[in-house]
Ligand binder design. Structure first.
Ligand code: ADP
Length: 600
């Protein structure tokens, strides 16, 4: 977009003003010139008519036989009267008859004090021309009146019909010009314009402005041939100058003094060749300035409107460009942000996958830890298991030997009894193995209703041989209606076996010890309480025994049993707590939500 600096804008404005002013002035001046041309034509016609209509008067008068007659009779009175009558009817200023000697013989003003009769006008060119047999025309100041006038003359011949006959006298008609100057205003419709009629030497002979009359347009002195027109009057320069119009230098302006000022005029001239004059109409150029200022005001207004429009358009384009830029930037930002988000998303997906993998690995590890803890429990029970298995095996061996001997002695009924006892022993062995097999198998990870009484009995059954080995009595207190909880029976059994094993280990040094296992139901909860008669737990260990790998057992302990048990119980929305019983020994309490009967 084009952006103009302020000085350039100002320059444009000034240039526009100048061009407008020049064009406007040119048109105005052209209009004024056309007006002046029309005025000039009107005025020329007026002058031609007013002056020229008397041109033939002397010649026509010369045809009159009366004049010749009165001249021949030297009847001057009749002549004077006749000329006075004719002067009145023709409307000329004076009408007179000049003799061959140049003296005025008769005149229309003979009765006036300014009478020409007897005066010598022989020096006047129009008299000389007529005496030479020609018609005469002359403009000049009146010799007697001092008034400006036009003189028409014609010879009065002896024989009016014969141009070769002798000239007896000269007839002269004088047309007064000053009344015309007064009349021309209305006739020519000059309206503020002025006019000048200049003669052969640029002298102003006629004008509607009195101070311009009988002055010269140029500074040259009047020639000796022209000076006689004005008698002894000095024709001084008017001080007119010419200059080019300021904005339209191809237009010439005349500067004329008027009163105390100088005025600028547009001059429109035409020749009045029949009089040897030049008519110039002068139209004031000052009027044009008012129209010019109006045009300039209008141009300024137009320029301001254009400028505002241009600015508005520019602002609009700028704003559109800015909006487009913002939209582009926004789009790019959105693209970048979307890319960022996509990257973050990918990162999140990767993190989630990693987390899932970690969780899977953790779950696996947890499973393995549970299994390890389980195996550790089995390990701790292995001695009693060993004993438990060895005893029936020893009995089986002894039974089998005695049975062989009985068969040898054909003691079939005793052998049968032995075989029956052996069957029971084998059943017991498989029962023991099955119990441990169940305990050691991995959990299926599915929750199901679990009979708490059965759970306790199974767990106690697993440690039964250990109890027997240590001589520990197990006191069971189970409710008649077996409570149910929701959980994994294998994992719950693992928790109880772990708690029982810990209790038995704590009572290893005791003799005649007892282990109380009670199941209670309260407020929608089931509590399994295990109370031993061991040394209890050191108070400063109470807070730590549920930590993983916390153990006080030098060789056998992994320190995982309680921490895993607590997690298992918590996963079934329960809790595992411990306290030292006031009567000695440790008491563990497993609390689980009671499964409503209708859900079982
Ligand atoms: P471990 O049996 O391998 O040591 P546990 O997590 O099962 O691991 O037990 C942590 C510790 O808690 C035991 O080392 C023991 O000091 C203490 N403890 C657990 N049960 C009893 C209990 N019935 N009487 C006294 N101390 C116990």
């Amino acid at each position: 977009m084009l952006r103009l600096p302020r000085p350039a804008l100002l320059l444009c404005y000034l240039l526009l003003l100048l061009l407008t002013a020049a064009a406007c002035q040119h048109w105005i001046y052209q209009d004024l010139r056309a007006q002046a041309a029309s005025q000039s034509n009107n005025l020329a016609a007026f002058l031609r008519y007013s002056i020229g209509r008397h041109a033939t008067l002397p010649a026509k008068l010369g045809q009159s036989p009366l004049l010749q007659q009165w001249l021949a009779q030297s009847d001057i009175t009749a002549l004077n009267q006749y000329l006075a009558e004719l002067q009145q009817s023709a409307g000329v200023a004076d009408l007179y008859l000049v003799g061959n000697d140049g003296l005025v013989l008769a005149s229309s003003n003979s009765l006036e004090t300014t009478s020409y009769v007897g005066r010598d006008f022989g020096f006047r060119p129009y008299v000389q021309a007529a005496l030479a047999g020609n018609s005469g025309f002359y403009y000049a100041l009146g010799h007697t009146s001092g008034m400006r006038g036009v003189y028409y003359s014609a010879p009065l011949r002896q024989d009016a019909t014969n141009l070769a006959s002798a000239v007896l006298a000269v007839l002269v008609a004088k047309v007064d010009l000053e009344p015309l100057e007064l009349q021309q205003q209305q006739i020519a419709g000059l309206k503020g314009s002025h006019f000048i009629v200049t003669g052969q030497s640029n002298e102003i002979f006629l004008s509607d402005v009195p101070e311009w009359r009988l002055t010269k347009l140029d500074n040259a002195a009047l020639s000796s041939s022209e000076q006689p027109r004005y008698l002894t009057k000095a024709i001084t320069p008017l001080g007119q100058t010419e200059r080019r119009a300021l904005l339209t230098p191809w237009q010439q302006l005349w500067q004329m003094p008027l009163g105390d000022n100088r005025q600028n005029y547009l001059a429109q001239s035409q020749q009045l060749s029949e009089f040897g004059w030049q008519l110039t109409v002068l139209t004031p150029a000052t009027d044009a300035y008012q129209q010019l200022s109006a045009a300039l005001l209008l141009t300024t207004l137009l320029f301001v409107i254009l400028l505002l429009g241009w600015r508005l358009q520019r602002e609009r384009q700028k704003r559109t460009a800015q909006l487009e830029l913002h939209a582009r930037q926004l789009e790019q930002r959105v693209i970048a942000r979307t890319a960022d988000l996509a990257a973050s998303n990918q990162q999140l997906v990767a993190q989630i996958q990693q987390r899932e993998q970690t969780e899977t690995a953790l779950a696996q590890t947890e499973q393995e830890l549970v299994q390890a803890a389980k195996l550790a429990t089995i390990g701790s029970l292995s001695a009693s298991l060993n004993h438990e298995l060895n005893q029936p095996l020893t009995a089986l061996s002894s039974y089998s030997q005695t049975t062989v001997k009985m068969l040898d002695k054909a003691m079939y009924s005793e052998a049968k009894q032995n075989l029956h006892a052996m069957q029971q022993l084998i059943a017991r062995l498989s029962n023991i193995v099955a119990q441990f097999k169940d305990f050691s198998r991995k959990s299926a990870g599915k929750n199901q209703p679990v009979d708490v009484n059965k759970l306790v009995l199974d767990a106690v059954g697993l440690v039964h041989h250990q109890c027997q080995r240590q001589g520990v009595k197990v006191r069971l207190q189970l409710p008649e209606a077996p409570p149910q909880v929701l959980g994994d029976p294998i994992q719950l059994e693992q928790v109880l076996v772990n708690l029982l094993t810990n209790a038995l280990q704590a009572m290893q040094q005791q003799t005649d010890a007892a282990l109380a296992v009670a199941v209670k139901t309260t407020d929608g909860q089931v509590q399994i309480l295990l109370k031993d008669q061991g040394p209890g737990i050191e108070p400063h260990h109470l807070e730590r025994i549920f930590e993983a790998f916390f153990t006080t057992k030098q060789r056998d302990g992994l320190g995982l049993g309680l921490s895993i048990s607590q997690r298992i119980i918590q996963s079934f929305a329960g809790k595992l707590e411990v306290r030292n019983h006031p009567q000695g020994g440790a008491e563990f309490c497993v609390t689980l939500p009671l499964l409503p009967m209708e859900a079982c």
